[in-house]
Design a protein around this ligand. Structure first.
Ligand SMILES: NC(=O)c1ccc[n+]([C@@H]2O[C@H](COP(=O)([O-])OP(=O)(O)OC[C@H]3O[C@@H](n4cnc5c(N)ncnc54)[C@H](OP(=O)(O)O)[C@@H]3O)[C@@H](O)[C@H]2O)c1
Length: 243
C-alpha cells in the first residue's frame, strides 16, 4: 500500500519523531515543511524550506506540497506551531500576534483547504490530523496568542469534519499531552509575572512528567493507522493506550 504524508514542523520535537516513525514504513512518500531542513538525503522524503507564517510565500509554493500520483492513503499532519509571546495582555506586540496566528491557525487552515482541493476527487483514504493542545480548551494566563490560535484550530477541525464527511475525509484535532521539546524549554523561560503557571511547568520537567516525542509520535501513528477506532474529532493521546 502506497501512502503520502504531508507534515509540517518536521525538524525538531514531535514533528521530527513523527517523521522518523513514518520514514520507517516501506511504501511511503513524505513532503515535509519547516523553516530549516534536515538534509537527510532519503529518497522517501522531500523537504521544503518555508516560513509558514509568511502566508504569501505559502500560497506561492502550495501546488508543490501536494504531489499527484496513485496513493492508497493520503495524510496531512499540521504539526508546526510555537508558543508565541508568554506575556500578559497589554504587553503583546502586533507583529508577533500576527506571526503566531499565521503559523498556528491560518497556515493549517490554508494547508487543509489545499489538501482537500488536491485529493477530494481521488479514491485514496484521506486523513487530516491537526496537532492541538490542552490550551485549545482551557485558558491559561499569559498564553492568549497560543490559546486563541489552538482554540480556533480545534473549531476549524470540527467544522472540517462536518463539512468533509461526505467527501471521505477523516479529521482529527489531537491533543498530544506535554512533551519534552524546545517548545517546553521556551515556556520555562517566561517571566513569572506574566505566566502564573510557570512553577507548575518547571515541575513537569524537574519531576519527569513530560512525555518523550517518540512515544507521542507512536500514538499519532497508531491513530492514523486505525482511524476506525476513533470516532470523535477531538482526541487526546493520554486517553488511549497502544496495544
Ligand atoms: N511540546 C508540548 O508540550 C506541546 C504540548 C501541546 C501541543 N504541542 C504542539 O505540538 C506541536 C509541535 O510542538 P513541539 O513541542 O514539537 O515544538 P518544537 O520542538 O518547537 O518544534 C516545532 C517545529 O515546527 C517548526 N516551525 C516552527 N516555526 C515554524 C515556521 N514559522 N514555519 C515552519 N515551521 C516552523 C520547527 O522547525 P524550524 O525551526 O526548522 O522551522 C520545528 O520543526 C505544536 O503544534 C505545538 O503547539 C506541543
Amino acid at each position: 500500500m502506497k501512502s503520502l504524508l504531508i507534515l509540517t514542523g518536521h525538524t525538531k520535537g514531535l514533528g521530527k519523531a513523527i517523521l522518523e516513525r513514518f520514514l520507517a514504513l516501506d511504501n511511503i512518500r513524505i513532503v515535509a515543511v519547516s523553516r530549516s531542513i534536515l538534509n537527510l538525503q532519503n529518497p522517501k522524503l522531500t523537504e521544503v524550506q518555508l516560513d509558514l507564517s509568511d502566508l504569501d510565500a505559502l500560497e506561492s509554493i502550495l501546488p508543490a506540497l501536494f504531489p499527484r500520483g496513485e496513493f492508497d492513503k493520503v495524510i496531512l499532519i499540521n504539526n508546526a506551531g510555537r508558543i508565541g509571546e508568554v506575556k500578559s495582555i497589554g504587553k503583546l506586540q502586533l507583529k508577533v500576534i500576527q506571526g503566531v496566528m499565521n503559523l498556528n491557525l491560518l497556515a493549517p487552515m490554508i494547508l487543509t483547504n489545499a489538501f482537500v482541493a488536491a485529493y477530494s476527487g481521488t479514491k485514496s483514504e484521506k486523513l487530516i490530523c491537526t496537532i492541538s493542545s490542552g490550551a485549545a480548551h482551557k485558558p491559561l494566563a499569559g498564553w492568549s496568542e497560543y490559546c486563541a490560535g489552538k482554540a480556533g484550530l480545534a473549531m476549524f477541525s470540527k467544522v472540517a469534519a462536518e463539512d468533509l464527511k461526505e467527501k471521505g475525509f477523516r479529521v482529527f484535532s489531537l491533543v498530544p499531552g506535554i512533551i519534552d521539546t524546545e517548545m517546553q524549554a521556551d515556556i520555562r523561560k517566561a517571566d513569572p509575572s506574566d505566566f502564573p503557571a510557570l512553577e507548575r511547568f518547571a515541575q513537569y520537567k524537574s519531576e519527569g512528567h513530560l512525555s518523550s516525542a517518540s512515544e507521542v509520535a507512536e500514538k499519532v501513528y497508531y491513530l492514523l493507522d486505525n482511524p476506525i477506532l476513533f470516532q470523535e474529532v477531538v482526541q487526546d493521546v493520554r486517553n488511549f493506550d497502544l496495544p
